[in-house]
Design a protein around this ligand. Structure first.
Ligand code: PRX
Length: 647
C-alpha cells in the first residue's frame, strides 16, 4: 500500500492534507481564538478532560508575580495518570527500549509490566526512607530502569533530579549538593559507539561527602555483587512488594527539578510542579504530534534534558501510547541505525534536534537507501533554530515529502512546547516555529517591554496567564528566579516572562532567532559561557578566560576560549590539558573546539570582558565600541594570535 501523504503544497507553502485533517485532533484554526478568549477556562477544561484528578481544584489560576499557581488545591498523582488509568489495556506496549549492541534484544514492557516494576521500585525507595518531598538524584543513561525510577519517584511524591549521564562527576556533585539529594540511582555503565562507558566510578566520586547515603545501581554491563551503601536495582525490585499506594499530591507540589544553564557560572534547578506540568505534557504531546493510542513515538532526546522528560517519557505515557527509546549513538554501528530502528519498529512520530539531522546530511544519503520510512506520519524538531537546508533535507529524505515538520520552540523552563504549528492546521514553513500553543501568548518587545511592529526583531516574552507547564521557581534561589525571568516585571511593571530569546513575527507567525544572553546551544545542549569560563579558570594554569560561541555546520554552535595564562607556556599540550580540564569539570559536551592563548582580554573600565568584540574578531569583522575599552591594544594582539593560528 502506498504510504499516505499528510501534507500538500500550495504555492511555496505546505499545508495539512485531507489525510492529516482526518487524523488530526485539531484541524480548525478557530481553536486559537476560542482559547484566547478565556485562556484560564480553556486550560481548566483541558485539565479536566486530560488528567485524572482525585479532587478538583478550588481556584484554576492565581497570579502573584513573580509566582503563579494552577489548579490550586487540586489533588492528583502523576504516576497514576501515566500508568494506573491505562491498566484496562494492560497488554498494550508502553515502552520499547533498543539497546546499542545490535546482538542484544530490545526490551518491551507493556503497561501492566511497567506498572508492576514501578510499584515495586516505589517500595524500594520507601524502604530506603525516601518520602514525599525528598530529592532523589538520577544519573542514568537511556534505559528502561530510568523510566521506572522516575515514575516510582512520582508515585511516592519524591522529587526527581535527573542529571545527564555524560556530565562529569564534578557536575553531578554540584547538582546533588544543590538539591541535597538523599539517594542516587545510577548504573555501572552503558554502551556508546560500541564501547563501555563507566558511570559508577563518576557516581562514587560525585557522592563523596554529600547528603547521598545510598546508591542504587542498575547492572547494565555486568552483574557484580556490591555491598555497603550500594544496592542492586534488579535484586531490590524482585524482593519488593508489587503494589505501592500512590501519594496524593497537591497540584502545586514539586514533581521534579532539572538543572539548566543560565548566564552565571552555576546551573539553576528549574522547578516543575505536578498538575500544571501534567496538563501541559498531556495536551502538547497529543496535539503537536497528533498522538493516538496506536502511535509509536520516538523522541531521540536524552533523559538528561527536558525534552527527554516530557516527550520521550511522560507525554506518550500520559496519552496511553507507546514510546520508543534508544540507548546508543545515532551512527552505531553505522549511520543507518536510526532509520533501521524506525522501519523495524514502525515508528510513526519522530522527534529530534537539528544538530542530529545535520550530522546525517553530512554523512550522505546512501545510508538511507535501504529504508522505506513509510510508517512515519509526523516529524518534529527542537532545541535550536533549524535552517532552511536542514529543514528541507529532513522533509524530503526522512519524511519523503509526506510528513509535516513540527518545529517546536520551548525551554527547560516551559516544561512543554510553547510555540509551534499544529499538524492539522499548518502552515509548515522552514525556519518558522509558528504560533503560541492555544491558551498561551507570546509577543515580541524591545528592551523596555514595548511591543515591536510585525517584521521587526526584538525579545520574545510570554504574557499572562502563564502556561500551566511553566517553571515554578529556581530551587532554593528566589533571587535568581526573579533576576532571570522577571526583569520586565521588576523594572517596568510589565507582566512578561522573559524567554531570553530573540524573535520576530511575520504574518502572525513567530520566528525564533536564538538566545540573546550569554547562553550557547552546542549540539542542542544548553551551556553558559560563564559556566565554561569558571571551569577553565579553575585550572592552575589559567589566570582568566573568555568563552564565545562560533557557528558550526553540524553542532549549530561550538565554544571557543581565549585564555590568559597564569603559568606555563602556550602549547598544543596545554590546550589539550585545558580541554581535559573542562571534560572533568562539566563533561565532553562542553569541551571548547579551540583555545587561543592571549596576553590580555578586551575589558571595559568596570572590568567587564567584552565577549562581543571577541566574537567580531573570530568572524573577521571589524569590532565596534573599542572606545569603551580600557585596553584597546589587547584587540591588536588578539588579531595577531588569530592570524598566527589560521596559518
Ligand atoms: O534558544 C532557544 C532554543 O533552546 C533554548 C532552550 O534550551 P533548553 O532549555 O535546553 O531546552 C531545549 C529543549 C526544549 C531556547 O531558549 N530552542 C529550543 N527550541 C527551539 C529553539 N530555538 C529555535 N527554534 C526552536 N524550535
Amino acid at each position: 500500500m502506498k504510504p499516505k501523504k499528510y501534507i500538500i503544497k500550495k504555492g511555496k507553502i505546505y499545508w495539512p492534507s485531507k489525510e492529516m485533517k482526518k487524523i488530526a485532533w485539531v484541524s480548525n484554526e478557530k481553536i486559537y481564538e476560542i482559547a484566547s478568549r478565556n485562556p484560564v477556562k480553556f486550560w481548566e477544561e483541558k485539565a479536566k478532560e486530560g488528567i485524572k484528578w482525585e479532587e478538583l481544584w478550588k481556584k484554576t489560576y492565581e497570579e502573584k508575580l513573580p509566582y503563579f499557581e494552577w489548579f490550586k488545591d487540586g489533588k492528583l498523582n502523576f504516576c497514576v495518570n501515566c500508568l494506573d488509568r491505562h491498566l484496562d489495556k494492560g497488554s498494550k506496549t508502553a515502552l520499547i527500549w533498543i539497546p546499542e549492541p545490535t546482538k542484544e534484544k530490545p526490551i518491551k514492557l507493556n503497561y501492566a509490566e511497567l506498572y508492576d516494576k514501578v510499584n515495586r521500585f516505589a517500595n524500594v525507595l520507601k524502604k530506603q526512607g525516601i518520602k514525599k518531598g525528598d530529592v532523589v538524584a538520577i544519573y542514568l543513561p537511556i534505559l528502561p530502569e530510568t523510566l521506572i525510577a522516575m515514575l516510582a519517584c512520582t508515585r511516592i511524591g519524591a522529587i526527581h533530579s535527573v542529571v545527564f549521564s555524560a556530565f562529569s562527576a564534578d557536575a553531578l556533585k554540584a547538582r546533588i549538593q544543590d538539591g541535597k539529594a538523599k539517594l542516587l540511582i545510577t548504573a555501572d555503565g552503558y554502551y556508546r559507539r560500541g564501547k563501555e562507558e563507566n558511570l559508577l566510578e563518576k557516581a562514587i566520586k560525585a557522592t563523596e561527602k554529600t547528603t547521598v547515603k545510598k546508591i542504587i545501581v542498575v547492572s547494565r554491563l555486568r552483574k557484580k555483587k556490591r555491598g555497603g551503601k550500594f544496592l542492586d536495582f534488579q535484586k531490590e525490585i524482585e524482593k519488593a512488594y508489587s503494589y505501592c499506594k500512590p501519594e496524593i499530591m497537591n497540584s502545586e507540589d514539586i514533581m521534579f527539578i532539572l538543572y539548566t544553564s543560565g548566564t552565571t557560572g552555576k546551573p539553576k534547578g528549574i522547578v516543575h510542579d505536578t498538575g500544571g506540568y501534567a496538563v501541559q505534557a498531556y495536551w502538547t504531546t497529543k496535539w503537536n504530534f497528533n498522538l493516538h493510542e496506536d502511535d509509536i513515538m520516538w523522541c531521540t532526546a536524552d533523559i538528561g534534558w527536558i525534552t527527554g522528560h516530557t516527550y520521550a517519557f511522560y507525554g506518550p505515557l500520559l496519552n496511553g501510547s507507546t514510546t520508543l527509546i534508544y540507548e546508543g549513538a545515532p551512527d552505531f554501528p553505522n549511520p543507518g541505525r536510526w532509520w533501521k530502528i524506525i522501519d523495524e519498529n514502525k515508528v510513526t512520530v519522530f522527534y529530534t534536534a537539528p544538530t542530529a539531522i545535520r550530522m546525517f546530511m553530512k554523512v550522505g544519503d546512501k545510508w538511507l537507501k535501504k529504508y522505506k520510512l513509510n510508517s512515519l506520519r509526523i516529524l518534529g524538531t527542537v532545541g535550536e533554530p533549524i535552517d532552511e537546508d536542514t529543514w528541507m533535507w529532513y522533509f524530503k529524505k526522512i519524511g519523503k515529502g509526506r510528513c509535516p515538520i513540527i518545529d517546536t520552540w520551548w525551554q527547560t523552563e516551559t516544561g512543554g512546547t510553547s510555540i509551534n504549528v499544529l499538524p492539522g492546521i499548518g502552515p509548515f514553513i522552514p525556519t518558522v516555529a509558528g504560533k503560541s500553543f492555544p491558551g498561551t501568548k507570546h509577543i515580541v518587545v524591545d528592551e523596555k517591554g514595548k511591543k515591536v511592529k510585525e517584521g521587526k526583531g526584538g525579545f520574545l516574552v510570554q504574557v499572562p496567564p502563564f502556561a500551566p507547564g511553566m517553571l515554578h521557581g529556581v530551587y532554593n534561589n528566589h533571587k535568581k528566579y526573579v533576576e532571570t525571568y522577571w526583569r520586565y516585571w521588576t523594572k517596568f511593571k510589565k507582566r512578561y516572562y522573559n524567554t531570553s530569546d530573540g524573535a520576530y513575527v511575520k504574518n502572525g507567525l513567530i520566528r525564533v532567532t536564538g538566545r540573546t544572553d550569554d547562553v550557547m546551544k552546542v549540539a542542542g545542549h544548553r551551556l553558559a559561557t560563564a559556566e565554561l569560563e569558571n571551569a577553565i579558570n579553575d585550572s592552575k594554569y589559567v589566570n582568566e578566560s573568555a568563552v564565545v560561541p562560533i557557528p558550526d555546520k553540524i553542532k549549530g554552535q561550538v565554544p571557543v576560549a581565549f585564555v590568559v595564562l597564569e603559568r606555563g607556556e602556550p602549547s598544543i599540550n596545554l590546550e589539550k590539558e585545558l580541554k581535559k580540564h573542562v571534560d572533568k569539570k562539566i563533561g565532553p559536551t562542553a569541551r571548547p573546539s579551540k583555545i587561543y592563548f592571549v596576553n590580555d582580554l578586551p575589558k571595559t573600565r568596570s572590568g567587564k570582558i567584552m565577549r562581543r568584540i571577541l566574537k567580531n574578531l573570530l568572524n573577521n569583522e571589524e569590532p565596534k565600541g573599542l572606545m569603551t575599552l580600557v585596553n584597546p591594544e589587547a584587540v591588536e594582539r588578539i588579531k595577531e594570535v588569530l592570524k598566527e593560528n589560521s596559518t
